[in-house]
Design a protein around this ligand. Sequence first.
Ligand code: BMP
Length: 261
Amino acid sequence: SRLSLPFSVRADQATNPVAAKLLKIMVAKQSNLCVAADVTSASKLIALAETVGPYVCLFKTHIDIVEDFSAQLIQQLLAAAQKHNFLLIEDRKFADIGHTVSLQYSHGTYKICSWADLVTVHPVPGEGVITGLKSAVADLHRGCFIVVEMSSAGNLTTPSYISSSMEICKKHPDFVVGVVCQTPSTLNNPGLLQLTPGVSLDCQNDGELGQQYNSPEDVIMLRGADIAVVGRGIVQAADPVQAAQEYRTKLWAAYEKRVSS
Ligand code: BMP
């Protein structure tokens, strides 16, 4: 299955160019770490990209929380991505009808499609959310992760929702690069990736805000993650670079253990 195959082998089985590129970056950098860069100023966002960039395969933004957004910020992010060899994922969680998401993806303040290699999508509207996004890209060097299951307490992503969402995923292998979930996904295509947030070495949860955490080892070994998303565990650490190095080492060791067992 996907879980026992090395990323290098899976890169050759990717059904879209972004997934292939991401898998190759993971192998080259020995990193299955995605940092969730949840900071509210452009200077902090760029500082993170430049400092933790060398240790991540994927840099995840919530661009709408940046108070001083500008086109220059995007140019700096793209330059950092190029310099440190990582991809950009905007965690927009598109969740509307196809026509609306096509506009949200390519227009407005952020013009996400023009810079983000990847985006996230809630499948709740049905397949049209994917065809809508696809209609906004000229060539397909763009892709999305479908959020099939959430990490938060009391989430509404039931087993039947997850399996219906997986069907949508399978229908668009040219644009979908994988799923965001918490339990080993039934991805029958080794070219697709599982992205798993809710990862921390120190915390179980964030109190009343609902986040639930697992250890790096558990998300890779037990929960089927290919790439783990770490936000506050790195961003709010006393030394974010040292934290990024530690998460990267632990996550990669867990992956190596998984493929060798
Ligand atoms: P943190 O490690 O600080 O809890 O951040 C987790 C990140 O992952 C956030 O950016 C959040 O939007 C995202 N996320 C999540 O926590 N759970 C999900 O189910 C899906 C997410 O995208």
